[in-house]
Design a binder for this molecule. Structure first.
Ligand SMILES: [Cu+2]
Length: 214
């Protein structure tokens, strides 16, 4: 648990640095406001909790632990949980709620280690969608010509108990069904859209664009 908390701290620390940098560009820095939590641009611990927990169905979000930044600028548990789930804001300020398998995965991803093999199928919620990710590069932070940048609407994410289970799914997200993100890396997982992908700003994979031209 300590390791998970430490890694979530690392995630949130980066989120906070990003958020603070973004705020500096927008407005002059404001200091001395008690209880301010700036992760993901949210203004207060209550706002961070509300935004982070909005990633999951209310029955889960309501009882989840929430990680965020305290008034002293240090990462901490903003609220203890009772159901084993942890909700937080990621580097981009996107909200997510993670089960224990995903929390271990997040620890590995942040520390660039191999994640432990999940004992059960891992489930994570991102019901508010995300601001975008490369479908091929786990550490990409912006679109490039060939990194298959995909902006996802509301979705859940699954971690298989064996990597071979990924083979049943395509890596093409443009069909609207489940697909594999970061295939061939230790962080491969299944993305399951819960609404149409049509509105996303996704670019089709290069191979699809080539096929469409024929
Ligand atoms: Cu996601």
């Amino acid at each position: 648990m300590r390791r998970i908390v430490a890694s979530l701290n690392a995630v949130l620390m980066l989120a906070a640095v990003t958020a603070v940098a973004q705020e500096k560009m927008k407005d002059p820095p404001k200091v001395g406001h008690e209880g301010k939590a700036k992760a993901g641009g949210a203004k207060s611990a209550a706002a961070v909790i509300a935004k982070a927990t909005s990633a999951a169905p209310p029955d889960i979000g309501r009882n989840a632990a929430v990680m965020g930044m305290g008034a002293d600028g240090k990462m901490k548990e903003l609220r203890a949980g009772t159901n084993g789930w942890t909700c937080m804001l990621d580097l981009a300020g996107d909200s997510m709620c993670l089960d224990k398998e995903w929390q271990a995965w997040g620890d590995a991803w942040m520390n660039k280690k191999d994640p432990p093999k999940p004992k059960t199928v891992g489930v994570a919620y991102m019901l508010k969608g995300d601001k975008g990710a490369s479908n091929t590069d786990p550490y990409a932070t912006k679109p490039t010509a060939d990194n298959q940048w995909v902006v996802s609407g509301p979705h859940i994410m699954l971690l298989p108990t064996d990597v071979s289970q990924l083979d049943a799914y395509p890596t093409d997200w443009t069909k609207g069904g489940p697909w594999v993100m970061w295939k061939g890396t230790p962080y491969a997982h299944i993305m399951v859209p819960t609404t149409s992908m049509a509105k996303s700003a996704s670019k089709a994979p290069a191979e699809k664009r080539a096929a469409d031209k024929k």
